[in-house]
Ligand binder design. Structure first.
Ligand SMILES: C[S@@+](CC[C@H](N)C(=O)[O-])C[C@H]1O[C@@H](n2cnc3c(N)ncnc32)[C@H](O)[C@@H]1O
Length: 292
């Protein structure tokens, strides 16, 4: 099947630099640019996207955990191996990578844009430091508590049961979006705190296939509703199974995802076609199969 192509976005006025030649998309929805996926390395794709063209970015980058350690899965002791993308090349190189992709995010965000990044202690300090080095304004460190976290088999540590989500505005002067009243209402009329409880993704969220680090849809749904408005443009440079895109589509936001793996892109397309059935039938021809 022929690959879909993005249209070159024309510069709106003389102050706006002309858009760079966009990369070839792996998938574009029939409404054009409501749900766009690129296959490739984010560090290669992001430089080809237009400056200041996103309202919000969510990133769930590699945690660099797949280095021969052990974990507990379905009650069994198994080695941590999420894929080559999750291997560490050392802390200096991990930090250089974090600075690199965050630098691209800063260029791609609109002046009032913001971003959220998830991580555990393996990466979150590097990410926090990189945000400070680059001049982002850190707004919150949200703790995601997982009540059904797997037990710690070694019994030498407390059971790991949280992840951190850093929320940062593009810069000191940014007037970021925060849908305060909606969050307050969701919390029974009281200000929502920075401690959120969500269980791991349910079985129904994995009917189209499995991703080793899929985030719960309810978590991304809250993130999107809290920090974006309808029609906003959202980027996820580490798309995975497309959870950010699904939450964006469910809430009327436009989405761009970048992912190395075709398998995970196909999984994302199937999830997307499921949540937007009214346009799904027309979107089907835009799919690029591995044999196409
Ligand atoms: C932690 S997972 C994201 C999971 C996602 N939040 C979800 O809910 O499914 C990170 C994903 O980023 C991809 N990835 C890793 N390094 C990448 C890179 N440099 N460019 C693009 N994608 C990358 C991996 O293949 C993996 O699917």
């Amino acid at each position: 099947m022929a690959r879909a192509r993005l249209k070159v976005v024309e510069a709106k006025n003389n102050d706006t630099p002309p858009a760079p030649e966009p990369p070839e998309a792996y998938f574009i929805d029939s409404r054009q640019e409501h749900f766009v996926l690129y296959q490739g390395d984010s560090l290669g794709v992001m430089p080809q996207l237009q400056d200041a063209s996103f309202d919000f970015i969510f990133a769930d980058p590699p945690y660099f955990l797949s280095n021969g350690g052990m974990t507990c899965k379905s009650g069994k002791r198994v080695s941590v191996d999420k894929g080559a993308w999750d291997r560490s090349s050392g802390i200096q190189s991990n930090h250089a990578f974090n600075r690199d992709w965050l630098g691209h995010c800063q260029r791609l965000l609109k002046p009032n844009g913001s971003l959220m990044i998830s991580g555990t202690h393996h990466t979150i300090y590097s990410i926090g430091f990189a945000l400070q080095e680059l001049g982002f304004k850190i707004l919150n460190d949200i703790t995601w508590f997982k009540p059904n976290a797997p037990p710690n088999l070694s019994c030498r540590y407390f059971t790991h049961s949280t992840e951190t989500i850093l929320w940062a505005a593009r810069g000191d002067k940014s007037r970021h979006t925060f849908n305060y009243p909606e969050m307050k209402e969701e919390n029974g009329g009281k200000q929502m705190r920075s401690m959120w409880t969500f269980t791991a993704p349910r079985k129904e969220e994995k009917i189209h296939g499995k991703h080793p680090t899929q985030k719960p849809l309810a978590l991304l749904d809250r993130i999107i509703r809290a920090a974006t408005n309808e029609g906003d443009r959202v980027l996820d440079p580490f798309n995975g199974s497309g959870t950010t895109g699904i939450a964006a589509a469910m809430n009327g936001r436009r989405y761009v995802g970048i992912e190395l793996s075709e398998e995970y892109l196909d999984l994302s397309i199937n999830r997307y076609l499921d949540v937007v059935p009214e346009v799904g039938a027309q979107d089907e021809p835009n799919r690029k199969t591995r044999h196409g």
